[in-house]
Design a protein around this ligand. Structure first.
Ligand SMILES: [Zn+2]
Length: 127
């Protein structure tokens, strides 16, 4: 299966892409209340504090919803909304699955490193 996503870093996303380059998916953690937020959050979604810092995730998630788009020769591209172990939800591809995994399916982070763009997070169904 081929997944082709081209992403480019900017000032706001540079640290996030640097984390992926080093093999870590970063999210935002609130200094005021400890709540975890999406990587693109500018203020805490729990207490509205703007004191957010980068925090490493453990690299596991569960499927909230997934869709499968048929491709060539019986292959499929699967995109999912996933809930990270820390709580935030992200959209990400699920690799290596023949069908869209049902909600609740355990996932493990993998980081894709395209030759022509920035690394980005994807998931595989946990063994
Ligand atoms: Zn907070």
């Amino acid at each position: 299966m081929t997944v082709h996503i081209t992403a480019r870093r900017d000032a706001a996303s540079a640290a996030w892409f640097e984390g992926l380059t080093e093999g870590v998916l970063l999210i935002r953690r609130c200094d005021a209340c400890g709540h975890h937020c999406r990587p693109d959050a500018e203020a805490c979604t729990a207490c509205e504090s703007r004191d957010l810092r980068w925090a490493e995730t453990v690299g596991t998630a569960r499927v909230v919803a997934a869709v499968s788009t048929p491709g060539e020769a019986g292959s499929a591209t699967i995109q999912a909304l996933v809930e990270l172990a820390e709580g935030p939800w992200l959209h990400a591809p699920v690799l290596g699955a023949a069908i869209a995994p049902p909600p609740g399916t355990a996932l493990t982070l993998t980081i894709l490193r395209p030759e022509d763009g920035e690394p980005f997070p994807a998931f595989t169904v946990s063994a």
